[in-house]
Design a binder for this molecule. Structure first.
Ligand SMILES: [Zn+2]
Length: 178
C-alpha cells in the first residue's frame, strides 16, 4: 500500500512539473505565422504609455547562433539589466518574449520610455555586411506582431532603429512596409 502511495506521489509530481514546463515553453514561444496569440488584456495594463514600435536586427551572420538567452547575455555584458528588446523573431518565424512590455526597454537611445522594441535574428550577410536577411516566416511574423500590438495600442507609428541613429539597423526600409 505504501509503495502504491509513493508511486502516485511520484507520478503526480512528474505530471505537475511536466505541465509547468509545457506552459512555460508555450508562453515563451508563440508561432505567430501560424497562430496569433498575445494576451491583449495583459498588454493593455502595462503602466506606461506606448507611442511607437521600433524594429531592430540582431546584427548576426546567417550561421551565427542567436537566441533570446544569448542576446540577454550580450546585453547584460553591456551593463543592461536584461535583454533590451521586448520581442525577438527567430528565422523560423517564432516570436519570443524578451523584456516584459511593462518595463522600459534598452534598444534605442532617447526613444525607450514610450516604445516597444522588436528584433529579428539576422541583419548581416555571411561577409558581415548589412543585409535584409529576413525569411518569409520572419516577415509574416513581424507583420502579424505589429498588427497585434497596434490592435492593443492604437495605430502607433513603426520605425526602424536607423531613423533615430547613425546605424544600418534593421537593414531594411521600415517605412515601406509599415
Ligand atoms: Zn537596432
Amino acid at each position: 500500500m505504501e509503495k502504491k502511495r509513493a508511486l502516485y506521489l511520484v507520478l503526480g509530481s512528474a505530471l505537475f512539473v511536466g505541465a509547468g514546463v509545457l506552459f512555460y515553453s508555450y508562453r515563451k514561444q508563440i508561432k505567430y505565422y501560424s497562430n496569433v496569440m498575445i494576451d491583449k488584456a495583459k498588454l493593455k495594463l502595462v503602466g506606461r504609455t506606448i507611442n511607437k514600435i521600433i524594429i531592430h536586427c540582431s546584427a548576426t551572420k546567417p550561421n551565427q547562433a542567436c537566441t533570446v538567452e544569448l542576446i540577454d547575455q550580450w546585453h547584460r555584458q553591456r551593463g543592461f539589466n536584461s535583454i533590451g528588446y521586448h520581442y525577438v523573431i527567430y528565422k523560423d518565424g517564432t516570436v519570443h518574449e524578451g523584456r516584459p512590455i511593462s518595463e522600459i526597454g534598452a534598444h534605442c537611445v532617447g526613444q525607450n520610455s514610450d516604445s516597444i522594441g522588436i528584433c529579428y535574428v539576422g541583419g548581416l550577410d555571411s561577409n558581415g555586411n548589412a543585409s535584409d536577411t529576413r525569411t518569409a516566416e520572419q516577415k509574416q511574423s513581424m507583420r502579424t506582431l505589429v498588427a497585434e500590438l497596434k490592435s492593443v495600442y492604437g495605430n502607433i507609428p513603426v520605425y526602424g532603429h536607423r531613423e533615430f541613429s547613425n546605424k544600418a539597423c534593421p537593414c531594411f526600409d521600415v517605412k515601406k512596409e509599415f
